[in-house]
Design a protein around this ligand. Structure first.
Ligand SMILES: O=C(O)c1ccccc1NCC(=O)[C@H](O)[C@H](O)COP(=O)(O)O
Length: 212
């Protein structure tokens, strides 16, 4: 059991260094203004200017083309994560327009929600299965909420996928075992407060996810 790890919502140099030093495979940058983890494209470029060998993932929520263009003008992103209500048609158009791999988030509350992934099989490069946000949340993700990982057990998905939602160093090994995930994504579980990453929690999470 060893999974790739994406550390999402990085907002400062120390957190980026901590994620890289601990062996993160993906660094997530949140381009959603309502988030406590929001960074501007300019700041994201500054933060990641010396990053090499680790994929940079830009997280967007129902972003317009102009904003995607702005972000990609400031920095190279290896993967675009879409965490809003983007339709399959919109994902297809973005992928064609910007020629960067795309990952669509599918919110899971019950096993029936897996069917929502199917229309994206032909238009996305990857999927990310995350918990449905609580009803009172302003954020579609990053809410420290889990779902029943057994929903994904034995799931036949033609695309690579990541598991997210309420993961921590204490539960990620179990989540990987039950779901069969080969890649995991975390934000709140490696923070001391919303938007403030904790280097020790990042290291512990990656160790647990990779079984090292
Ligand atoms: O992190 C945010 O603030 C955020 C805002 C808007 C959309 C998505 C957001 N985060 C997504 C993630 O960090 C992860 O992909 C995922 O939801 C896991 O989050 P967490 O449960 O906090 O580990």
């Amino acid at each position: 059991m060893s999974a790739e790890v994406k550390i999402c919502g990085l907002t400062d140099e120390d957190a980026i260094d901590a994620a890289i030093d601990a062996g993160a495979d993906y660094l997530g940058l949140v381009f959603f203004a309502k988030s406590p983890r929001f960074v501007t494209p300019d700041r994201a470029a500054e933060l990641t200017q010396f990053v090499e060998g680790v994929d940079k993932v830009g997280l967007f929520v129902d972003a317009e083309d102009a904003f995607l263009e702005e972000a990609l003008t400031h920095l190279r992103l290896d993967l675009l994560q879409f965490h809003g209500a983007e339709t399959p048609e919109r994902i297809d158009a973005i992928r064609r327009e910007f020629a960067v791999p795309v990952m669509k988030v599918i919110a899971i509350g019950s096993a029936e929600d897996l069917a929502k992934a199917e229309p994206y099989f032909a238009v996305a490069d990857r999927l990310l299965f995350d918990a449905k946000p609580p009803k009172n949340s302003d954020l579609p993700g990053g809410n420290a909420v889990s779902f029943d990982w057994s929903i994904l057990s034995g799931y036949k998905c033609p695309l690579q996928w990541m598991l997210a939602g309420g993961l921590t160093a204490d539960n990620v090994a179990e989540a990987i075992r039950i779901s069969g995930a080969r890649a995991v994504d975390v934000s709140s579980g490696v923070e001391s407060a919303p938007g403030v990453k904790d280097a020790a929690k990042i290291a512990a999470f990656i160790k647990a996810a990779k079984g090292t």
